[in-house]
Design a protein around this ligand. Structure first.
Ligand SMILES: [Zn+2]
Length: 486
C-alpha cells in the first residue's frame, strides 16, 4: 500500500514538474506564440481579402462592360427580328448557326467550329384549325399542333371526352374513350409560387397525353396550354409517342378555347370537335452545335462551358426561349475578350441545336466530350427566359455547392447571389456525372409562362437590362470557375 502511495506521489510530483516546465516554456514563448498566431491570421485573412478584392474587381469590370454595352441587345434584336423562329431542321436554324458563328468570330476566340449533329425535322405545314359544333352552330378554337405530332390527314371529327387527371382517364373504360378525342384540361396551378414547378406539374399531359389517350383507343388529343394567362394564344411544346400504340394527332388549345370547349361540353356532352392539322415529320437532317473557345492559359485541358440553345419553336420569334440565353452566352465571350481576361482554364461557349425536340445537340456534345476523355469543371446553361437573374441552380456534391455559396457573396451585390438546387438546363443533362457541377442561370420566372412556346415570344417582350444582368452573372460565374476550377 505504502509503495503505491509513493508511486502516486512520484507521479503527482512528476506531473507538477512537467506543468511547471510547461508554464515556464509558455511564459518565455507566449509573446512569440501569440505573435505568430496573429500574423498567420492576418496573412490568411489578408490573402482572402486580396483574393476577394481581386475577384470583386474582376467581376465589377465584367459587369461594367456588359451593362454599358449595346451589342448584346443588338444581337438579340437581329436573331429575333431578322432570323426569327428557328425550328430545328429549318432554313432559319441554319441561318442562326451561320450568324452565331460569324458574330462570335468577330470576338476573336482562339477557335470556333461547328459540331455536326443529326436532328429531327418536323414541319407544321399550313396553319392548323379547329372548331366544335353544337346546336347547329360552330365555334372556332385556337390551337397549335404539338411538336412532333402527326397530322390529321384532312379533317378529323369526333366526340370529346374531357379529363383533368390521369386517374380520371384511367377510370374511363376503353369503350368510353374509343374513337374520341381526349381533352386534357388540367390547368397550371396558379397558387404555386415557383411557376416552373406548376409548369412541370402540368406538362405531363403534353408529353404523355397522346400515348395515354391512344392506349384507350382515342383518335386525337387536345391539351390545355401550359400558361397562367387567360388568352387566345396556344402554347406548343414537345410531345412523345410510344411505338406500341397508334400515333394520334395532338395539339394545344389556348386557355380561352379550353374554357370555351369545357363549358360547351357541360351543356352538350355529345358535341363534336373538328381538327385540321397539316404537320409532318420529315427525315432527319444534318445540323450543328456552334462552339467557340478561349484556351486556358494554365490548365487548357480543363473545360468550363457556358451555353444556351439556338433552336426554338416555330411560333413567335424565340426571343425569350432561348434567344436571350444565346446572346448572353455570346456576351460572355465578348466581355472576356473586351476586359482582357485570360482564363486559366479553357472556356467553351456552346450554342446547342435542338433542345426543344429531344436535345440532340446536348447529347452529341456530351458524347464527343466523353470520347475525347475531356475533363469538365462545370457546365452552365441559360434557358430560363432572360428575366431578372437571382443566382444559379446548381447540381453538384455538397462540398462543391459550399464553394458556390462562398462565390455567391461576390454576386450578391449584383442581385445574383442566390444558390438553389436542381439545375434546369436540358442540354446539360447528358453531362451528368461528367462535369463536377452543372449550373443553370436562375431567373424570376413570374412572366415566363405567359409567353413561353407561343406567338407571344417576341423581341418586344424582352427587357434588355434584365438580359444584361443575367449575362453579367454568367460572365462573373464563368470567370470564377475558369480561375479557380472546382
Ligand atoms: Zn428553352
Amino acid at each position: 500500500m505504502a509503495g503505491s502511495r509513493l508511486i502516486i506521489q512520484q507521479v503527482v510530483w512528476d506531473n507538477n514538474e512537467f506543468m511547471n516546465k510547461l508554464f515556464k516554456f509558455f511564459r518565455q514563448h507566449t509573446f512569440s506564440f501569440v505573435f505568430s498566431a496573429v500574423i498567420t491570421l492576418m496573412i490568411t485573412s489578408a490573402t482572402a481579402q486580396v483574393r476577394d478584392t481581386a475577384d470583386s474587381l474582376m467581376i465589377r469590370k465584367l459587369y461594367d462592360v456588359v451593362l454599358s454595352g449595346e451589342e448584346m441587345d443588338a444581337n438579340l434584336r437581329y436573331l429575333s427580328r431578322h432570323i426569327g423562329a428557328r425550328m430545328t431542321g429549318s432554313e432559319q436554324a441554319k441561318q442562326a448557326v451561320d450568324w452565331a458563328r460569324s458574330t462570335m468570330s468577330q470576338y476573336r476566340p482562339d477557335s470556333i467550329y461547328l459540331q455536326p449533329v443529326m436532328v429531327p425535322h418536323w414541319v407544321r405545314g399550313a396553319k392548323e384549325s379547329a372548331w366544335f359544333t353544337t346546336g347547329g352552330s360552330s365555334v372556332k378554337l385556337d390551337l397549335s399542333a404539338l411538336g412532333g405530332s402527326v397530322g390529321t390527314g384532312g379533317t378529323l371529327t369526333a366526340r370529346v371526352v374531357e379529363v383533368r387527371s390521369w386517374a380520371e382517364l384511367s377510370s374511363l373504360s376503353d369503350e368510353q374513350v374509343r374513337g374520341k378525342v381526349v381533352f386534357f384540361n388540367r390547368a397550371m396551378d396558379a397558387r404555386e409560387v415557383e411557376t416552373f414547378k406548376a409548369y412541370l406539374a402540368a406538362a405531363d399531359q403534353r408529353a404523355q397525353g397522346a400515348i395515354a389517350a391512344s392506349k384507350k383507343g382515342a383518335i386525337g388529343a387536345l391539351i390545355r396550354s401550359l400558361t397562367l394567362a387567360k388568352d387566345d394564344y396556344p402554347h406548343t411544346g414537345a410531345m412523345s409517342y410510344d411505338a406500341s400504340v397508334a400515333k394520334i394527332p395532338a395539339a394545344a388549345l389556348s386557355t380561352n378555347s379550353a374554357d370555351k370547349l369545357s363549358e360547351a361540353l357541360k351543356k352538350d356532352p355529345k358535341l363534336q370537335v373538328s381538327l385540321k392539322m397539316n404537320c409532318i415529320q420529315l427525315p432527319d437532317v444534318l445540323s450543328y452545335n456552334v462552339i467557340a473557345e478561349l484556351r486556358g492559359a494554365i490548365h487548357p485541358e480543363e473545360f468550363v462551358t457556358v451555353g444556351a440553345h439556338i433552336d426554338t419553336w416555330d411560333v413567335g420569334e424565340g426571343a425569350s426561349d432561348d434567344g436571350t440565353g444565346v446572346v448572353q452566352a455570346m456576351e460572355v465571350l465578348r466581355v472576356f475578350k473586351a476586359t482582357g481576361l485570360k482564363p486559366a482554364r479553357t472556356l467553351r461557349v456552346i450554342l446547342y441545336m435542338n433542345e426543344e425536340a429531344g436535345a440532340h445537340g446536348g447529347v452529341k456534345y456530351a458524347e464527343q466530350a466523353k470520347a475525347r476523355n475531356e475533363y469538365h469543371v462545370a457546365a452552365l446553361e441559360s434557358d430560363a427566359g432572360g428575366f431578372s437573374p437571382r443566382g444559379f441552380r446548381i447540381e453538384a456534391s455538397p462540398e462543391v455547392v459550399a464553394r458556390f455559396k462562398e462565390w455567391a457573396l461576390l454576386l450578391a451585390p449584383y442581385k445574383a447571389g442566390d444558390v438553389q438546387s436542381q439545375q434546369r438546363g436540358v442540354d446539360l443533362v447528358p453531362m451528368k456525372g461528367m462535369a463536377k457541377a452543372l449550373l443553370s442561370l436562375d431567373c424570376d420566372d413570374s412572366r415566363l409562362f405567359y409567353i413561353h412556346h407561343s406567338a407571344l415570344d417576341t423581341y418586344d417582350k424582352i427587357n434588355p437590362r434584365e438580359v444584361a444582368m443575367g449575362a453579367g452573372a454568367m460572365a462573373a460565374m464563368t470567370a470564377l470557375l475558369c480561375k479557380y476550377g472546382l
